[in-house]
Ligand binder design. Structure first.
Ligand SMILES: Cc1cc2nc3c(=O)[nH]c(=O)nc-3n(C[C@H](O)[C@H](O)[C@H](O)COP(=O)(O)O)c2cc1C
Length: 323
């Protein structure tokens, strides 16, 4: 599939996750086969006000592959102004698309009329997409859910509103806002959206293996898939999915590969953010890298107390040569 002038061979994408999909995670996932990724969501208002921390979340490095910046908000003019600011190169790298968050279920965001609350108002969806499209020359994409709750499943209507206003691609997480992350993603709803659209659709929700990716694509007809939680502590899922789509075997990553990749991700995060921020943030990811190691609980406790990169690295390396 194509997004603007970018060719995405299989449409394999890292889904945006606030607190997770930072530059380090995006780079590691890209190295292992994610063809496209999205930043953590950033507030359009904060961008317009010039908030430094927000710009840092939106920074992209050239070695991450194609990256879209995701914005959230509810006012078309503010969203457009933020998109225009973010589409300009920042320290040499720039996004390949602006993605608009219409799926966030978090109470604070939802009650502000942002995130998935936009799905209550397809006219506003169209107005936002139209305004953002007019403000930038790169593709504009939209991330939605199935609907706000089971009594209001309107993903098709929302996707069509976005498409008619000029959206270039849609990604759908097949759950309602009310479900948060409970239950499972509804593939029938995703299929209905795919059958209604002319622009590419990315299917998202509960993909934890190459097999899941294959069945998601065959069940929905989607043009690609996005993986979120399944990539945390397991970026190898992208090489597994690539192999599955190319009908190749995928050898399980070795213990050494897992450890080296966890260390690389931590090193990249520390280089970007410094130890004080990166080490506490990385603990939850490292814990998931270690989930398949027997007897790692002591090590996890040690890592949870560690505050330096070298300490965590040494602890991880000790797994390679247990005493
Ligand atoms: C911790 C966390 C943070 C998330 N942050 C975002 C976000 O910033 N923007 C967004 O569109 N979706 C966000 N999501 C939703 C994911 O992109 C994805 O739609 C959802 O997790 C379902 O996919 P999965 O089953 O592959 O994880 C987040 C999900 C999680 C678990």
């Amino acid at each position: 599939m194509k997004l603007g002038n970018i060719n995405l061979k299989h449409g394999i994408m890292l889904a945006p996750m606030a607190g997770y999909t930072d530059r380090a995670m995006r780079r590691v996932c890209h190295d292992l086969g994610a063809e496209y990724s999205v930043t953590e969501m950033v507030s359009a208002k904060a961008v317009v006000y010039g908030d430094k921390k927000t710009f840092s979340l939106a920074k992209i490095l050239p070695d991450e592959g194609p990256v879209a910046i995701q914005i959230f908000g509810s006012e078309p003019e503010i969203m457009a102004e933020a998109a225009a600011k973010l589409a300009a190169p920042l320290e040499g790298a720039f996004p390949v698309a602006i993605d608009i968050n219409m799926g966030c279920p978090v109470k604070k965001i939802f009650s502000n009329g942002e995130g998935s609350a936009l799905m209550k108002n397809p006219t506003l969806i169209a107005n936002i997409v139209r305004a953002v499209k007019a403000a930038v020359s790169i593709p504009v994409t939209v991330k939605i859910r199935a609907g706000v709750d089971s009594a209001h499943i309107n993903a098709v209507e929302c996707a069509l509103a976005a498409e008619s206003a000029g959206a270039d691609m849609i990604c759908i997480h097949g759950r309602t806002t009310a479900q948060m992350y409970g239950g499972s993603a509804d593939r029938k709803i995703i299929r209905n959206v795919k059958e209604s659209l002319h622009i590419p659709l990315i299917a998202n929700g509960d993909i934890l293996s190459g097999e899941d990716a294959l069945s998601m694509i065959s069940d929905t007809g989607a043009d690609g898939i996005a993986v979120g939680r399944g990539a945390v502590g397991n970026p190898f899922i992208f090489s597994e999915i690539t192999a599955a789509l190319e009908d190749r075997e995928h050898p399980e990553p070795t213990l050494c590969e897992r450890i080296d990749t966890a260390i690389l991700q931590l090193k990249l995060a520390v280089e970007e953010k410094g130890e004080r921020q990166a080490i506490p943030e990385a603990r939850k990811q490292i814990a998931l890298y270690l989930r398949s190691f027997r007897g790692a609980s002591q090590l996890r406790a040690l890592i949870n107390r560690s505050t330096s990169f070298l300490e965590v690295k040494a602890a991880l390396l000790s797994l390679k040569s247990p005493q």
